[in-house]
Design a protein around this ligand. Structure first.
Ligand code: NI
Length: 227
């Protein structure tokens, strides 16, 4: 399941992030990659322990907290602090799968990366190439979104970033451990949640059908959630 979440950040928040990133030092992105990914990866990142990464990461985590679609799609238990990357002309990231286990900075615990998210910080008109190509169970999808929008996809997916041929592509990315480990079960819950939202638009909240569907959603979540 691949979900496009619109307007996670406002245009003002995107501009603020870009200003802060503009003034920051970028380093080789291979520092956070495993052995296979390091050979595939050619980009720049903001160091994950830097003050600007923490400040902007907190801004994004607050925005995620108010995003209904993100929470419905990811059902997050833990969210790693966002990282920031940049692809200039000639840079890209060949096909890879993101590492399964990540250390939570400062917490001394590990988490499982179930869900990957990329939040775009550059408008599509400002660069060429740079599509995020994701091989999903429904086939290959090419993703390039407006600044402030985000794509949420299973961390199990093989994916790549096409080489940049003009401009520069900046984004934030992060991993979540979901309360629902199984991608199929997570997709069912997301589809049911969307269905309930649609039905609630047509029926009153105390309609017995709405109550029954809502009860089924919560009881499936109760059955499957791992906390
Ligand atoms: Ni990746």
């Amino acid at each position: 399941m691949l979900v496009h979440v619109r307007s996670v950040l406002t245009p003002e928040e995107v501009a603020h992030c870009r200003d802060r990133l503009e003034a920051s030092e970028w380093v080789d992105g291979r520092v956070t990659a495993g052995a296979q990914a390091a050979r595939a990866k050619n980009n720049l990142q903001i160091p994950e322990d830097s003050a600007v990464a923490r400040e902007l990461g907190d801004l994004i985590l607050r925005a995620l907290g108010r995003s209904g679609p993100f929470n419905a799609a990811a059902l997050p238990l833990r969210v790693l602090p966002p990282l920031f990357n940049r692809y200039d002309v000639g840079m890209g990231f060949k096909a890879h799968v993101d590492g399964a286990i990540r250390m939570v900075p400062g917490a001394g615990i590990r988490m499982r990366a179930d869900v990957s998210s990329t939040l775009f910080l550059t408008d599509p008109d400002d660069y060429e190439g740079g599509e995020l190509v994701i091989e999903d169970t429904f086939g290959t999808q090419s993703v390039k979104l407006p600044a402030g929008d985000m794509v949420v996809y299973p961390a199990t997916s093989l994916h790549r970033v096409e080489p940049i041929t003009r401009g520069s592509r900046w984004s934030a990315f992060f991993w979540s451990q979901s309360m629902i480990k199984d991608e199929g079960a997570r997709t069912l819950l997301y589809d049911l949640d969307r269905g309930i939202t649609g039905v609630r638009g047509k029926l009153s909240d105390d309609d017995p059908s709405v109550i029954a569907l809502t009860a089924s959603y919560h009881n499936l979540l109760r059955r499957w959630a791992e906390l």
